[in-house]
Design a protein around this ligand. Structure first.
Ligand code: AMP
Ligand code: MG
Length: 420
């Protein structure tokens, strides 16, 4: 191979790195999932209604089922009196036919009795005391307060298509159509391992050189936010044996694995060593800042080929690396349609100057967005831009995508990835 022509030659463009990852992540077969476990999963079947919803014409209010013509002249001062011939509660059959001059007392959700063509709200009636008449104080339109059969869903209607994410409302519609389970892509189990001899957990005093592990809790939360199941695989120490054990356990138990740390140039960066030994691995210096070092491998077990994302250790880098590589790949694994694997950038206005750079990398600056009175998204920095400035990342709600080039003046445009 020819020697690098420029100083940036060894950097892998983001799009190439991402394509490399996405090509190697395989979507599994859909499975039937009980509705109670299906929230946030991606639907894998077409749902066509075979029944009307509501299943029968029913009343939207508590009141009296009547013939509208009977009460056409009713007013506050000159009410119309009807004979009450019975009561229908929600859940009861509509067994009492309504004739001229008659009314049936009826509760919200109860089926309309035959013969009735409107419902008068109880608030517009007087005098029903449990005996046999009611005074109606207002006229009602034909069909008033009746919810027709199929008013929400007509039989034969395609209600949902494959690729839709199942929200609480989707699950309710499926339940109303009689479904107990649904065909969806299974929820990926995603293992998360932190690596590092310096890492501790909890409130106890730190020994010199120690820090507390923040990446694991962050990555588990990102996994959960995506709708995957996070599996906490703990902290692996910086030894080949410990990292091998963690990765081997992870690929047996999980559909994808995220490690953080140990993918840089350090003397004890064993993640890439282990991945190289037990999997098919590519170690990259991606042309981005933060999150330049990134290892991606697949480890093949007896059951599956499991993608392993070797994310960098710096807390902001691990989050940005998750956002740019793991998130789209996990969305592919989840069955999300290709057009939605990645976020669509929004063109925003920066309210502050953004420094230019010529290091061959796309910078992902942590920013805060506001939707301004001009109808545009405006951004300003959320704080320190170092890869250890986790607080500024926590406060940010977007990443500004700053390509190589001169400074962007205040008022200039920049693409942003809105994170939430
Ligand atoms: P590494 O990629 O292992 O060289 O780590 C890069 C930097 O990230 C070092 O300062 C580490 O101490 C820090 N780091 C690595 N893993 C974690 C973690 N799980 N939580 C917080 N900081 C970490
Ligand atoms: Mg380390």
């Amino acid at each position: 191979m020819a020697a690098p022509a420029s100083t940036h030659e060894s950097l892998v463009p983001l799009a190439e790195a991402r394509a490399f990852v996405l090509e190697r992540v395989r979507r599994p077969e859909p499975v039937r999932v009980p509705l109670s476990k299906a929230r946030r999963l991606v639907l894998a079947e077409t749902i066509a209604a075979t029944e009307p919803v509501p299943p029968f014409a029913n009343t939207a209010v508590d009141g009296f089922a009547v013939q509208a013509a009977d009460v056409a002249t009713a007013t506050e001062t000159s009410p119309v009196t009807l004979r009450v011939i019975g009561t229908i509660a929600a859940g009861a059959p509509p067994s009492i036919p309504v004739g001229p001059g008659e009314a049936v007392r009826i509760m919200t959700g109860a089926p309309m009795p035959p013969g009735a063509d409107a419902v008068v709200m109880v608030e517009l009636t007087d005098g029903w005391t449990g005996n046999d008449t009611v005074a109606v104080r207002a006229a009602v339109a034909l069909g008033a307060h009746i919810r027709a059969a199929g008013d929400d869903v007509v039989p034969g209607t395609v209600v949902f298509e494959p690729g839709e994410v199942l929200t609480p409302g989707h699950l309710g519609v499926l339940a109303s159509l009689g479904y107990l389970d649904v065909l969806a892509w299974p929820r990926p189990r995603v293992g998360v391992v932190s690596t590092g001899d310096e890492l501790m957990e909890g409130p106890q005093a730190l020994e010199p050189g120690q820090i507390r592990d923040s990446n694991r809790i962050t990555l588990l939360a990102l996994v959960d936010e995506l709708g995957c199941e996070g599996i906490d695989l703990g902290i692996a120490r910086d030894t080949e044996a410990d990292i091998t054990a963690a990765i081997e356990r992870g690929v047996l138990e999980c559909d994808a694995l995220l490690t953080s740390g140990g993918v840089s140039m350090g003397a004890f960066d064993y993640v890439k060593v282990v991945l190289d030994r037990i999997g098919e691995m590519r170690w990259m210096q991606v042309a981005i800042k933060p999150a330049k070092p990134f290892a991606f491998g697949t480890v093949t077990t007896d059951h599956a080929t499991v993608p392993v994302f070797g994310l960098p250790g710096n807390p902001v880098s691990s989050m940005v690396s998750f956002e740019l590589f793991a998130r789209p790949a996990l969305r592919k694994l989840m069955g999300v349609p290709e057009a939605q694997w990645e976020r669509t950038p929004v063109r925003a206005i920066t309210d502050e100057p953004i420094r230019g750079h010529d290091d061959g990398k796309v910078h992902f600056n942590r920013v805060l967005t506001v939707l301004s009175h001009d109808g545009r998204v405006h951004v300003r920095t959320s704080g320190g831009q170092g890869s250890h400035h986790l607080l500024a990342m926590a406060r940010a709600d977007a990443l500004a995508v700053v390509p190589v080039g001169p400074a962007i003046e205040a008022g200039g445009e920049v693409d942003v990835l809105v994170l939430r």
